[in-house]
Design a binder for this molecule. Sequence first.
Ligand SMILES: Nc1nc2c(ncn2[C@@H]2O[C@H](COP(=O)(O)OP(=O)(O)OP(=O)(O)O)[C@@H](O)[C@H]2O)c(=O)[nH]1
Length: 918
Amino acid sequence: MSLEGKEKKYRISDIARELQVSPQEVLRFVKQEGGKVASTSSMVKSDMRELILDEFSDEKKLVDETRKIREEKRQRLSRLEEQSRKTYEKELKLKDTIAAKAEAVVAGRKETASEEPVQKPKAPAASPEPAAEPAALAGQKPTEETVRAEQPESPASSGETAEPQPQEPSEKPEKTLTPEPAPKPQEPSSSDTHVTYEKPKNIGGLTVLGSIDVESASRTKKKRKKRFKEQADELKGEFDVPGRGEEEGADKAAAKKPKPARPLEEASTGKKKKGRKKKKPEVDEKVIARNIRSTISGMDDSGSGASRQKFRKMRKIEREKELEAAEAEKEAQRSIIRVTEFATAHELADLMGINAKEIIQRCFTLGKFVTINQRLDKETIELIALEFGFEAEFVSEVEATDVEHLEDNPEDMEIRPPVVTIMGHVDHGKTSLLDYIRRSNVVAGESGGITQHIGAYEVTLENGRSITFLDTPGHEAFTAMRARGAQVTDIVVLVVAADDSVMPQTIEAINHSKAAEVPIVVAINKVDKPEANTEKIRSQLSEAGVLVEDWGGEYQCQEISAKQGTGVEELMEKVLMEAEIRELKANYAEEVNARGIIVESELDKGKGVVSTVLVQRGYLKVGDPFVSGNTMGRVRALMDERGKRVKKAGPSQPVRVLGFEDLPQSGDEFVVMASDKEAREVAQKRQIIRREHEFRRSTRVKLDSIARQIKEGQVKELSVIIKADTDGSIQALADGLMKIHNEEVKVQIIHQGVGQITETDVLLAAASDAIIIGFRVRPNINAKRLAEKEDLDIRFYSVIYHVIEDIEQALEGMLSPELHEESIGSLEIRQVFRVPKIGNVAGCYMLEGKIFRDSKVRLLRDGVQIYDGQLDSLKRFKDDVKEVDAGYECGLNLKGYGDIKVGDVVEAYRIVEKKRKL
Ligand SMILES: Nc1nc2c(ncn2[C@@H]2O[C@H](COP(=O)(O)OP(=O)(O)OP(=O)(O)O)[C@@H](O)[C@H]2O)c(=O)[nH]1
């Protein structure tokens, strides 16, 4: 009674097994439904079980269908086995009979009767028909046995045994066997001793235990035989695997061949009926086992679920191999130290597991004096590491301070939604596809809140499964992320317009996906257009190395119309199928520290830094302290793409995060730390290293430090911008520069032009890390300021030989102390007075700096130098003065030069000697 009252309970893992889904998935669902369960071995009541079955109804259907198919196949197979078993039994019985008869014939008669039975069995053995008989003529069985006991041959089979029967009894065989001589001659057509068939009729000796209507029985038998043969052929065809069929055939032949030999031996020796019987099952088992194996493997090949299983198996093996390789690499990596440039002696010592003193001593022997906290340059680090038997691998600050990746507990790993990027050529419909998916799945299904662009969004399909799309169409974003070491995309949907063709960007997308080893699902778009030619696209794709499934390849392909929405659902199914094959999993444990990747960041006026984080591990929760790139923070708020606040976000879920101290970059890793303190420590460490880099590494190529930069491998070519007063000067300079030979570095002129140095020249130089050579030209004021700000090297020359010499020496690191021109002030000529005896006098306004009476000056017209010399006089009103400051007017005239015009600029400069920096 109490048992009846007790409701039946089911274990979660059993239900999961039944549904062939992950127990964790079921557990999660039960928890979602409010079930109080602790683990996958917890029990649930039948109503919960119903709920689970309901939730996983698709999976259940699939499982049921697979089971049904398997069951059918198994039944057919066992039928076949049964038939073949019976056939063998029959054959062997027949052989016994024949052998016995042969003995009798040898004993009782003359002739070559002993040969006949040997060949005859061959015929029945070749055809499995008799197997149908026992089933059909069950009533005969006892007859067979009884007869065998007395005179084994005759009743053994009503059909085939008819041949030997006539050898002994003459009465019955005639009745029973009259219809048989007809079929017999057909069977042993290969035999050479058919003649003897006629004779057996006279051989009597059978004991009749009962009579049967052989004619009708044989008709039915024949029919059945025929039917069975057809069935067997059909099944054979169905189960046969190329190559296996032959094997099996060979097996059968092998199994059959010895049989005729046995009766022959035995017939001649006339013994061992028992022994023969004992051997029978042995042969049968082997053949059957082989049949089963080949049939099952045939089933495996044909089953769609099985191919997935196969793939999983392959993946498992692959993963094991990867693991082994990783282990081997780990071993090899033990002698490699990952160090940032400009690490301190102390840090380096820590990394190598030695005392900092040893490093200081070693540096001393190398002629370098360093202190424990002194930062070492790349070259020194490499040298010291080598001295201690290590190889230095230089890493970025983020890599160096990478937060330890903790192992995931396999129990916490659950299937996660795939992350998809849509790629394709311009105008092939990427945005339209994204829009359609979004419209049909997101907006429609949700109420309230305006969907914002957050760089990624999750779509839940009708079947309840989700896909996360990275809303950054195009391979640039994909590649940019990858360049930062972030592999976020699981699957690429490659959109190709059916009314166009495979285009350069399509090829690029394919190459990028392949390089990243990301699977591609092809979407042939715009099939609604009359000019759409999908076959052409398939062919072009195959040429581009993407052979689609319909053409026998491995890439799934779906024809769609992003505009009308046709095929989009199927496309999503294919994406999910691809994801399923890949078994994308993530750690769903509540207690692990979440990790993710920054997809996008922006500075919001009201909210501060807002970043979209794609969670990859664990649950990101409000209040979590984190570090991301060089910044850190504490999660102040989490929002979905509709701006709705959420409390947490799990794997593959994109979420807007508030609480960053600074703007992180997309592709930066986002790691939740145990405490604010730890987060701050890591972030600060990264910031220090970054600052040090910026400080230590001169980003600009400078002529006086180029040799060092070449040595450090930072510079492989010296880019030069030439600005000169005339075309002739440019040609002469360019020719001279191109002749400079240096093994490690080559000179490349990236731009040349006549006229003053402008802001554009400076910007170009800044962007391409070039130096500017001004040959008898000067920069305008803006260009000058920009060059100062950008810390750009602009060199001024008036003699071609000096340019070539300087560059040659610079490349060799032998640049002599530089005679550097320092501009001290500039004036603009606003009036020109003609003074008798003196010549032209300029009325000027001091624009900037100062001018001294003994200053060297050059006259510039439109930035081009037209005179270089000295002042003849410098006056304020009528008085001679020694200097004039900015903002004042003055009068001056140039020594020996009177061709001055309003608007010309007089630049005062001095030559200073600057030591070469190396
Ligand atoms: N007839 C038809 N037109 C489509 C289809 N899909 C996209 N289009 C049209 O093709 C044009 C380009 O589509 P987009 O979605 O902007 O293409 P895209 O690849 O995102 O283009 P970019 O963002 O410039 O790279 C638009 O005018 C769409 O209306 C479709 O399935 N059928």
